[in-house]
Design a protein around this ligand. Structure first.
Ligand code: ACO
Length: 443
């Protein structure tokens, strides 16, 4: 940043170039020229705006990061106005239709699509790492019989760091790579064990003859049969859901992974932070909230009353609205198709009628139109999960399995980014200062 006085000395004149922002500090009358790069200014440039030499400098105040880019990223592109989502430049629609989750995970982590040999090797590596240490089972046994599976997943993925202490060597590429494989491979196993514990059923070991989603279904549903054979249509629907949830740039859980990972902790601990963030009802817990909302609405006749309540501010229409998408969420469109395919196998869920009618009414209502509120990825995903026989508690867990690929890709990108340091926001202190301590008996 240059001040006007410096510019004149440089012979540049007071005229600013078009890629800069000219700021006048009315406190001092000084002018500053701040470079604009990629539609942003560096917040640290503002620190140069001071009223006197010892002044800390100007800061930005941005609760919830409404207008702050925290990193440069080559992983996921979103155009919220146009409803565009791309992983590494590939449109989500093409990936959902033509790719597989493991190929998408490779794409996210490596930055490009694999050739046949690379994909086979990647798939093989992930498949042979699906088993978890036997002590994990005992660890799981310690949870109450009805523990929420997301809480168990959160704890057990964090606990993995104790089984692989070498994972702290995050600068060692080889060590790092094996943790990536382990995380993608073991997440479904931990998720399924959490489910089985919650159901009081014995844990099922991975079946490495099956596909990634097929193996997950087997670990969830297998009982006395010698071999579980997943319905290929359900296997495919689950794979598509994993693809749709694989990454979504700097959302709450990804930011949590990056923020915690910026302390250079091992990736299991960083991913545990992501699982924790995803647990919340405004993030990965939204599909659970959608299903509970649809169950509560009960019949399409109750929809108008419900919508009026939302407009009065009594509650939110869960599964609607998004911080970034202000036109439509492209994932919601793909999921809606997948819902139809799953219901061909499982039979239609009457809640689908309520969801469809609710969507129709909301999309015609001024309240939702003015606020640009559209169905998000979670509006229909809960219906598929329920059709697959999953209890609502498992919904965020399924989300976490897919999102693990994105969390890891984002974590890797952060580790290699020379501009990143430990995440440490500033604050505006609003409390008291310099109070005199009063002994308790005198208060
Ligand atoms: N139902 C009713 N009104 C809503 C909804 C909703 N779902 N979402 C936003 N609004 C209203 C707000 O009340 C606000 O109205 P106002 O201007 O009169 O005060 C306006 O729309 C703007 O909303 P914000 O809360 O400022 O939007 P923000 O970007 O902060 O929130 C969020 C986005 C959290 C997703 C929000 O829309 C929401 O809570 N939706 C429901 C939960 C949900 O479905 N979450 C899943 C998100 S997708 C995901 O995580 C995978």
């Amino acid at each position: 940043m240059t001040t006007e006085t410096q510019q004149e000395a440089d012979g540049a004149g007071a005229q600013s170039s078009s890629d800069t922002l000219t700021v006048t500090d009315n406190r001092t009358g000084k002018h500053y020229e701040v470079p604009i790069e990629d539609g942003t200014i560096r917040a640290t440039e503002l620190r140069k705006i001071k009223t006197h030499e010892d002044d800390f400098g100007l800061m930005t105040y941005d609760p919830a990061y409404m207008a702050t880019a925290s990193c440069r990223s080559e992983i996921t592109f979103i155009d919220g106005e146009q409803g565009v989502l791309e992983y590494r430049g590939y449109p989500i629609e093409q990936l959902a239709e033509q790719s597989s989750f493991l190929e998408v995970a490779y794409l996210l982590v490596h930055g490009e699509l694999p050739d046949r040999k690379q994909l086979d090797e990647w798939t093989h590596e992930i498949t042979i790492h699906t088993f978890v240490h036997e002590n994990i089972k005992e660890f799981m046994q310690g949870f109450r019989y009805d523990a929420h599976p997301m809480g168990m997943l959160l704890a057990s993925v964090g606990a993995l760091s104790t089984f692989y202490p070498e994972a702290t060597a995050i600068k060692d590429e080889e060590v790092r790579y094996i943790q990536i494989i382990r995380l993608i491979a073991k997440m479904p196993t931990l998720a399924a064990f959490s489910f089985r514990h919650n159901q009081g059923k014995p844990y099922v070991y991975p079946d490495n003859d099956l596909s990634y989603p097929g193996n997950f279904l087997s670990m969830i549903y297998k009982m006395t049969e010698l071999k579980y054979e997943p319905d290929p249509r359900l296997e495919h629907a689950l794979d598509v859901l994993f693809i749709l949830h694989a990454d979504h740039e700097q959302n709450c859980s990804t930011s949590a992974v990056r923020s915690v990972g910026s302390s250079q902790v091992d990736p299991y601990s960083a991913v545990a932070a992501g699982v924790a963030a995803l647990y919340g009802p405004l993030h990965g817990g939204a599909n659970e909230a959608v299903l509970r909302m649809l169950q509560r609405i009960e019949t399409t006749d109750n929809i108008p009353d419900f919508i009026e309540g939302v407009k009065r501010g009594d509650e939110k229409l869960m599964g609607f609205g998004h911080r970034v998408y202000k036109n439509f969420d492209p994932r919601a469109k793909i999921i809606k198709q997948a819902v139809e395919e799953v219901f061909e196998v499982t039979g239609k869920n009457p809640l689908l009628d309520i969801a469809t009618e609710l969507e129709k009414i909301a999309l015609e209502d001024d309240y939702f139109i003015e606020r640009k509120l559209y169905p998000n990825v979670d509006f229909y995903s809960g219906l598929i999960y329920e059709a697959l026989g999953m209890p609502v508690e498992m919904f965020p867990v399924l989300f976490a399995i897919g999102r693990t690929a994105g969390w890891i890709a984002q974590w890797l990108e952060m580790i290699d980014d020379s501009e990143q340091k430990i995440a440490r926001p500033r604050q505006i202190y609003t409390g008291q200062r310099g109070l005199e301590y009063v002994p308790i008996e005198k208060r």
